[in-house]
Design a protein around this ligand. Structure first.
Ligand SMILES: NC(=O)c1ccc[n+]([C@@H]2O[C@H](COP(=O)([O-])OP(=O)(O)OC[C@H]3O[C@@H](n4cnc5c(N)ncnc54)[C@H](OP(=O)(O)O)[C@@H]3O)[C@@H](O)[C@H]2O)c1
Length: 254
């Protein structure tokens, strides 16, 4: 699909990869809508990306997803692209875990959220001549990262769901693409993992999004920039070795 003149909804578009998508897609002549939760991030996007429409909405809460759908479709009936990008990644020691609420929350944001968003908008997308769902998973969907067990499990689940969705959408107007980013320079990458990823180079978000847009326009089913391509190959050739290597590389540095 050519990404020009389209109406595009991006979840988690107030920071990092989502905000960069909003920036590049808006500059390419699309009508861009983004969601996010934090008021300060929303204010910043409104200030810096003035053509972008911002909705305060939690992409993991069923009631908020339903009201987002009503509001978006009444104001932007030409919506034809959804990028399920919102995500969180926690550094979790399973030996010290207390209660289950945080775990359920991480699964809700990284896995149930994109599934519920898809369900909520699917009828509408099926009625368009040409439409697109992009699910943003992670290289850790292919090779799990032991310090982020819930995230890795949720993203592996999203990878499986996206493959099923693609198969079921065959012969319809809905194209399904998975973006599998490698480590990318965003607040998520440096946040909880400042010690683990210290000194590690990540892909520039601008470069990642350029590659993602090129992959979408080339109709690729899965877009695996940089190290994500290596992880894909190694997950088949030597999965245990690769998982151990990632853990070793990410042992906290002083
Ligand atoms: N950066 C990497 O190295 C990397 C690698 C592989 C995959 N990814 C994936 O790429 C996506 C974007 O990550 P990023 O690095 O750009 O992270 P980021 O800079 O932390 O941005 C995440 C965005 O998602 C929003 N968000 C989080 N939970 C949300 C929710 N429940 N509802 C609505 N918005 C929500 C955040 O805003 P609020 O918190 O204010 O809501 C923010 O706008 C994620 O799915 C992530 O897993 C990232």
């Amino acid at each position: 699909m050519k990404l020009n003149g389209k109406t595009i909804l991006i979840t988690g578009g107030t920071s990092g990869i989502g905000m960069e998508f909003a920036n590049q897609l808006s500059a390419a002549g699309n009508t861009v809508l983004v969601t996010g939760r934090g008021a300060e991030r929303i204010r910043k996007v409104r200030q810096t990306l003035q053509n972008v429409h911002v909705f305060q909405s939690d992409a993991s809460e069923p009631s908020e997803i339903a009201s987002l759908q009503r509001e978006v479709l009444s104001k932007f009936p030409a919506l034809s692209v959804i990028i399920n990008n919102a995500g969180i990644m926690r550094n979790l020691d399973l030996n010290k875990i207390e209660g289950g609420a945080d775990v359920a929350r991480e699964i809700a944001i990284d896995l149930s959220g994109p599934i519920l968003m898809t369900q909520q908008f699917l009828d509408h997308l099926l009625q368009q001549n040409e439409s697109l769902i992009v699910n943003v998973s992670s290289g850790f969907a292919l090779v799990p990262f032991s310090m982020s067990p819930i995230y890795s499990a949720a993203k592996a689940g999203l990878h499986a769901y996206t493959r099923c969705l693609r198969m079921q959408m065959k012969g319809t107007s809905v194209k399904v693409i998975e973006l599998i980013p490698p480590g990318t320079e965003t607040p998520m990458f440096r946040g909880e993992f400042a010690k683990e990823f210290k000194g590690q180079k990540a892909m520039d978000a601008k470069v990642l999004v350029k590659k993602a847009i090129a992959g979408i326009e080339a109709n690729q089913d899965e877009i695996r920039p940089g190290l994500a391509r290596v992880l894909g190959v190694m997950s088949r050739l030597a999965p245990d070795f690769m998982m151990a290597q990632i853990t070793k590389m990410s042992t906290p540095k002083p």
